[in-house]
Design a protein around this ligand. Structure first.
Ligand code: C5P
Length: 235
C-alpha cells in the first residue's frame, strides 16, 4: 500500500505577524515548508508529497523545493490552494494519482514533527483504522466561554471540561484515502482538522501518541522555540 502526504501550505499566517505567507518563512535559514516536506519524506513509507501552495505562489514554492534535495524515493507535486484550509486539502486530494491508498494530511506549520510520530500514524492506518490522529495531553486547563461580541471584552465561563480527558491534536493525521475523500465530499461547515470531518461521518478516529516537537508554529514565540529545537538537533 502506497502512502502520500498532503501538506496544506496556503495560509497567510496572520497571527505570526506581518511578512511572507507562513509556510515560506525561514527557520534557521530554511523555509518552514521545506522542513515540513522533509519531515514527511523522512518516513520510508511516504513516496509522494503533495504541497498545496498559496494560489499566487506555486512557481515560487516549486523552485524553493527544487533547491532542497529530497530522498530518491520521494516525489513532490505542487498545486495551488484555496480560501480555507479545508479547501486547500481538498485541492491536494484532487491532485493525488491512483494507487495511494493511505493519505497523511500534515500542516506546513508543524515543520519539526519527528519521523517516529509519522510512522506510528501510518502504522495505525495500515492496521485498519479509517482515521488516525497524533495527540498530546494538555498542560493548561481549558474553559468553554460565551465569546464576547466585541474583541477584548470580558467573557463568561460556561463550562470546564475534565482536563484528563482532553487531548491537543497534531498532524500528520492519517486516513484511508476513500474515507478522507468521502469526508471532504460530504461534510460542510467549519472544521479545524480533517479527522473532525471523519467523525461527522460517524466513523471511529484513533488516537496515537503525538510529540511535543510536533507543535504548530502560530505566534512569534513559536518561531523562537522552533529555532531552539533545530539548534539542539544539530548538536
Ligand atoms: O491557520 P492554521 O494554523 O490552522 O493553518 C494550518 C495549516 O493550513 C497551515 O499549514 C496553513 O498554511 C494551511 N492553510 C492552507 N490554506 C488556507 C489556510 C490555511 O493551506 N487557506
Amino acid at each position: 500500500v502506497r502512502t502520500a502526504a498532503v501538506i496544506p501550505a496556503a495560509g497567510r499566517g496572520v497571527r505570526l505577524g506581518p511578512g511572507a505567507p507562513k509556510a515560506l518563512r525561514a527557520l534557521n535559514g530554511t523555509p518552514m515548508l521545506v522542513h515540513a516536506v522533509h519531515a514527511m519524506a523522512a518516513s520510508r513509507a511516504v513516496s509522494l508529497v503533495v504541497v498545496v501552495a498559496p494560489p499566487d505562489g506555486s512557481a515560487e514554492v516549486k523552485s524553493m523545493l527544487d533547491a532542497h534535495a529530497l530522498p530518491e524515493r520521494t516525489d513532490v507535486l505542487v498545486v495551488p490552494g484555496g480560501q480555507s484550509r479545508q479547501e486547500s486539502v481538498r485541492l491536494g486530494l484532487d491532485a493525488l494519482p491512483p494507487g495511494y491508498d493511505i493519505v497523511l494530511v500534515h500542516d506546513a506549520a508543524r515543520p519539526l514533527v519527528p519521523v517516529d510520530t509519522v510512522d506510528s500514524v501510518i502504522e495505525a492506518v495500515r492496521g485498519g483504522a479509517p482515521a488516525v490522529v497524533p495527540a498530546v495531553p494538555l498542560a493548561d486547563t481549558v474553559k468553554e466561554v460565551e465569546p464576547a461580541e466585541v474583541a477584548g471584552a470580558a467573557e463568561t465561563v460556561l463550562a470546564t471540561p475534565v482536563r484528563a480527558r482532553l487531548r491537543a491534536v497534531q498532524t500528520p493525521q492519517g486516513f484511508d484515502r476513500g474515507t478522507l475523500v468521502r469526508a471532504h465530499e460530504s461534510v460542510t461547515g467549519e472544521v479545524t482538522d480533517d479527522a473532525g470531518m471523519v467523525e461527522r461521518l460517524g466513523l471511529p478516529v484513533v488516537v496515537v501518541p503525538g510529540h511535543e516537537e510536533a507543535f504548530k508554529v502560530t505566534r512569534p514565540l513559536d518561531l523562537v522555540l522552533a529555532e531552539a529545537v533545530l539548534a539542539r538537533r544539530r548538536l
